[in-house]
Design a protein around this ligand. Structure first.
Ligand code: ARG
Length: 266
């Protein structure tokens, strides 16, 4: 009799624990935003911001987004969707976030929401040593490679004309550099940090860079679908990550110097 009792108590206890576990699981799934995983799209051939290493997407953007998302109470799942699919995915709300060194501008603001700026950038020209390029004007008459739909394209168009047949548009950032190496184009216009990183990583390609006074500062933002409630949460979290030193730590890791966060607070 006693044995039977303790068996029943034991079974009841197990049942109780199982019910508790089930409740807990349900809570974490529909409850707070804490465990929500956000779908992030990127174009991962844009070192040092996002690129593939041993099958993983890594880079400054990835580290920063992880820190900001964590601060806001989210997890992220980042996929190399490509540039166009990333933008389309934000527009049809299949993606929650776009993180790809995306420059904030008025045209894009019509279709997406952006976080506050997290990085300052400018266009830069990359070319093989010996090519006569000293300023932007020297691009005239040369073949120029750009990533389609990026500010590199817009900069090249401002110099060569919008419909210039001298501009070759590539789907990824990496393909621009492949074209430069093979001689399909004479120069590439891209973001300065990406240009400098590429030149540094490819010392045998004998490349050089120049900027031009006419190239204006651009600012990267985290992109969201229009009217996403993530914008406010991520802005708050980004400020926190900048104030608590995490941003400087990540910046130091990828750029080996201290950031000037004041230029971002315009
Ligand atoms: N900052 C530029 C733009 O927004 C280029 C971004 C390209 N990013 C990339 N991951 N390929 O147009």
């Amino acid at each position: 009799m006693k044995l039977l009792n303790s068996k029943i108590v034991f079974i009841m206890m197990i049942g109780f624990v199982l019910v508790l576990a089930a409740c807990g699981k349900q809570n974490s799934n529909n409850g707070s935003s804490k465990d929500k995983v956000l779908n992030v799209g990127t174009e991962a051939t844009f070192a040092p911001f996002e690129y593939q290493q041993k099958g993983k997407i890594v880079g400054f953007d990835v580290d920063l987004l992880n820190a900001v998302a964590k601060q806001a109470g989210y997890k992220i799942s980042i996929k190399n969707t490509g540039w166009d699919a990333m933008l389309a995915g934000l527009q049809n709300k299949e993606l929650d976030v776009g993180m790809a060194g995306i420059t904030i501008n008025d045209e894009r603001k019509k279709s997406y929401d952006f976080s506050n700026p997290y990085f300052e950038s400018k266009s830069m020209i990359v070319f093989k040593k010996g090519t006569n390029i000293k300023t932007a004007k020297d691009l005239i008459g040369k073949k120029v490679g750009v990533q389609n739909g990026t500010t590199g394209q817009f900069t090249a168009e401002s110099i060569l004309g919008k419909n210039s047949n001298k501009i070759s548009k590539y789907e990824t950032s990496a393909l621009c550099f492949t074209a430069l190496k093979s001689g399909d184009v004479d120069a590439v216009v891209t973001d300065n940090a990406v240009a400098l990183q590429y030149v540094k990583n490819n010392p045998n390609s004998n490349l050089e860079t120049v900027t031009d006074k006419s190239f204006k500062s651009e600012y990267y933002g985290i992109a969201f679908p229009k009217n996403s409630d993530l914008k406010a949460k991520f802005d708050k979290a980004l400020t926190k990550v900048m104030d608590n030193g995490e941003y400087a730590k990540i910046y130091k890791k990828w750029f080996n110097k201290q950031p000037d966060v004041d230029v971002l607070k315009n």
